[in-house]
Design a protein around this ligand. Structure first.
Ligand code: GDP
Ligand code: MG
Ligand code: K
Length: 282
């Protein structure tokens, strides 16, 4: 049986390393990602005689190309192709933490959400309807307390089940970025597909999105590829001008707004349960 590989990702301080330690115990090593000073923790565990590699990715709030951590995290997922990412979420700030989760979903990598720090959430009196959250996002959700190890067994079991379920490949989530972005995004995606520009490595709509977000790494790959790069840059320039004139904004900001809008549309549908209210409905 082939060794499976799972990456732990999430915002800084969400509890990734604590969960990593809970899962791998002493079976771990610490090094660096090639060429950068970002620390790389790797370990493994065995489940039913099967070896599972676990990597603790650097903490990030986003998957842009603005910081070394963000580049390391997304390059790792793109190049190393782990079977699944576990997004460790600080459930105390669910909505803010979901911003990164949405970006993994846009990438399409199979994912499980660990709602961590649930001890603090419970103490605060807040309640989260994890089943509803899971249904609305279409992603498995597990409650955890990394510090005590609570939920780690379920987390791994559900991750393995999700790997089996998603073995036919990545399935990028396509959210709408509104009437000013969607048409050009579609045009750029088609162009990328027809040219076969990096399509064996990246999802094409994701590449188009990165162009619209002004991603320097992806743009430089386009520049090296020649004609396709300048065609895409022209399209970005056109929509950027349009957004400036009609909305006094830039594509990157509009895309971020629509991501937050998507998250709000999910959480507004009863993901947060008021204490007291819960007793009445059960
Ligand atoms: P990372 O930056 O994502 O690697 O986060 P760490 O694993 O370093 O955890 C950040 C802090 O949160 C540490 O002080 C942990 O002990 C604490 N922590 C991690 N998981 C939990 C949890 O489930 N509950 C509580 N109360 N604290 C936690
Ligand atoms: Mg850490
Ligand atoms: K804390």
């Amino acid at each position: 049986k082939k060794t499976l590989s799972i990456a732990l990702a999430g915002n800084p301080n969400a509890g990734k390393t604590t969960m990593f330690n809970a899962l791998t115990g002493a079976r771990q090593s610490v090094g660096n990602y090639p060429g950068v000073t970002v620390e790389k923790r790797e370990g493994y565990l065995h489940v039913n005689g099967r070896k599972i590699n676990i990597v603790d990715l650097p903490g990030t709030y986003s998957l842009t190309a603005y910081s070394q951590e963000e580049l390391v995290a997304r390059d790792y997922l793109i190049n190393e192709r782990p079977q699944l990412v576990i997004d460790i979420i600080d459930a105390n700030s669910l909505e803010r933490n979901l911003y990164l989760a949405v970006q993994f979903m846009e990438m399409g990598i199979p994912m499980v959400l660990a709602l961590n720090m649930m001890d603090e959430v419970r103490k605060s009196g807040k309640k989260i309807d994890t089943r509803k959250l899971s249904q609305l996002l279409g992603v498995p959700v597990v409650e955890t307390v990394a510090r005590s190890g609570e939920g780690k067994q379920a987390l791994i079991e559900i991750a393995l089940a999700e790997i089996r379920e998603q073995e036919d490949g990545w399935r990028p989530l396509e959210i709408s970025y509104g009437p000013d972005i969607d048409p050009v995004l579609q045009e750029m995606t088609a162009l990328i597909q027809n040219a076969g520009f990096l399509t064996d490595t990246y999802p094409s709509r994701w590449l188009a999105l990165k162009y619209l977000e002004g991603d320097v790494q992806i743009k430089s790959l386009g520049t090296s590829a020649g004609e396709i790069g300048s065609a895409l840059e022209d399209m970005v320039q056109r929509v950027t001008e349009h957004c400036r004139v009609t909305l006094d904004s830039i594509p990157e900001a509009i895309i971020a707004d629509y991501r937050y809008g998507y998250i709000a549309s999910v959480t507004k549908q009863g993901v947060f349960i008021q204490r007291g209210h819960q007793e009445r409905i059960h």
